[in-house]
Design a protein around this ligand. Structure first.
Ligand SMILES: [Zn+2]
Length: 451
């Protein structure tokens, strides 16, 4: 039997989490996740543990002990931080949690305060005894700092407090709406993610007077040239096993499927998709290419001084099966070997892509829950281009998936465009569906892991 969670209760909690404004701008003093940890403490009661590796950066852990020693643990992992907004692009105040047309609008509405609120609502049923304990421990972890890489959140916890947060199975982000296929709609369930490989690219020169540029070694010019090339060059294609599994499960029709799986036809297919659905096209491109995005550029001090240093940060994402050598090969090919040797390329972050196989009790539990909620159990094992906290747990051997259920008022591509974008919003009906799906998944996981 599954207890039900009223959508209005999840919506109330979500509104408070949005208003808490836990904006993580990447600096240690931002985030202020202690606010949402306090909100969740008043909703759930005192946590088993609070972690605060830097003042204000609070993660909190709740647990319902299992009934059978040694049974697999299940962790509900939600982050409470959000990315900054550029307010001018929003139709509403992004931190007021305005309700309009059945939607709650605000930063974090789909990334991922909707899921964090749903997880908390399900956990509450288990903490109060309204829903029975599972064979293994059930954990809920509200973490800080996901949006800046998790070093003050999941990264810290899995490194320094593993014995407390250890779990064989993890449910986390991302959740996305159903995709229509030839055999009917299918639910994307995140099973794998690309690996972020951030690099600082630096050029050196010699300072001089800007009035006499002849023959000077200006650091900005070669760097700007390199960045323009990296941004413009076609990015290398790779059709991974993960992408193949997704397309085969989605079954978008034989003609499109064939193009999406052929390295020579994929770029044309992306271009055609972009005409109707740019958000979806961007995502398909990212799931089938090593991507390179130069995102910052710093050089010079003054209009009349030739700059002696210039640097840019470049966000490279590698697919499963690709390595650092693929990144360097691409840089060499695009910039030429001499330019690569003249520039300094410094590693900032290198995480290999990772994933969990779509099989086993948690996968089956998600399918059974989906059948009860949506009337079918078509799940699409999904590779995502973004990095999430799942990677810290997968490295420790956990099986981690991301799932949520949405009503059909926002399509897949439109939802993807809301992540870190303007006018992020989620319908109250979707909150109810996600909480129901999650409650059923947890209950079913319990049944499937009985002795
Ligand atoms: Zn997120």
């Amino acid at each position: 039997m599954t207890t039900t969670v009223p959508a209005a209760e999840v919506a109330d909690l979500l509104r408070t989490l949005i208003r808490n404004r836990c904006v993580n701008d990447g600096t240690p003093d931002s985030g202020h996740e202690h606010r949402s940890a306090a909100t969740l403490t008043s909703y759930l009661g005192e946590p088993e543990a609070r972690f605060e590796p830097h003042p204000g950066r609070v993660s909190a852990l709740w647990r319902v002990p299992g009934t059978r020693p040694g049974a697999p643990r299940l962790l509900l992992l939600g982050h409470t931080d959000v990315v900054p907004v550029s307010e001018a692009g929003w139709s509403v105040d992004p931190f007021e949690a305005v309700e309009r047309d059945g939607f709650i609008w605000g930063r974090g509405a789909v990334d991922m305060l909707n899921q964090t609120a749903s997880m908390a609502a399900v956990m509450r049923r288990h903490l109060t005894g309204e829903a029975p304990p599972l064979p293994g421990d059930l954990l809920f972890l509200a973490v800080a700092d996901e949006e800046a890489g998790g070093k003050l959140g999941a990264g810290h916890l899995t490194e320094h407090h593993w014995e407390q947060v250890a779990s064989e199975y993890v449910l986390t982000e991302i959740g996305a709406p159903m995709l229509a296929g030839a055999e009917g709609p299918g639910l994307p369930v995140t099973t794998a993610e690309k690996g972020p490989h951030w690099r600082v690219v630096r050029a050196r020169g010699v300072p001089g007077h800007g009035s006499q540029p002849y023959g000077t070694a200006n650091a900005l010019v070669p760097l700007a040239d390199a960045i323009a090339r990296l941004g413009d060059a076609p990015m290398p294609v790779l059709i991974s096993d993960e992408w193949r599994a997704f397309v085969e499960a989605w079954a978008p029709g034989p003609a499109l499927a064939a193009r999406l799986l052929d390295p020579d036809l994929i770029d044309g297919a992306v271009e055609d998709l972009a005409a109707d659905d740019p958000g979806f096209a961007r995502w398909v491109h990212a799931c089938t290419h090593l991507t390179v995005s130069p995102n910052t550029l710093h050089a010079g001090v003054k209009a009349n001084v030739v700059p002696d240093a210039a640097e840019a940060e470049v966000d490279v994402r590698l697919l499963p099966g690709q390595e650092t050598s693929d990144l360097l090969d691409h840089f060499r090919k695009v910039l030429g070997p001499d330019a690569v040797d003249d520039l300094e390329i410094v590693e900032v972050e290198s995480s290999v892509a990772g994933g969990s196989a779509p099989e086993g009790p948690l996968w089956e539990a998600i399918g059974d829950a989906l059948e009860a909620v949506a009337g079918h159990r078509r799940m699409l094992p999904t590779l995502i281009p973004v990095a999430t906290d799942a990677r810290y747990f997968r490295r420790r051997g956990s099986v981690a998936y991301g799932t949520a259920v949405f009503d059909d008022r926002v399509g897949f591509g439109d939802l993807l465009s809301m992540f870190h974008g303007h006018d992020e919003r989620v319908s109250e009906a979707s909150l109810g569906l996600t909480a129901d799906h999650l409650a059923r998944t947890v209950a079913r996981f319990g049944e499937l892991t009985e002795a």
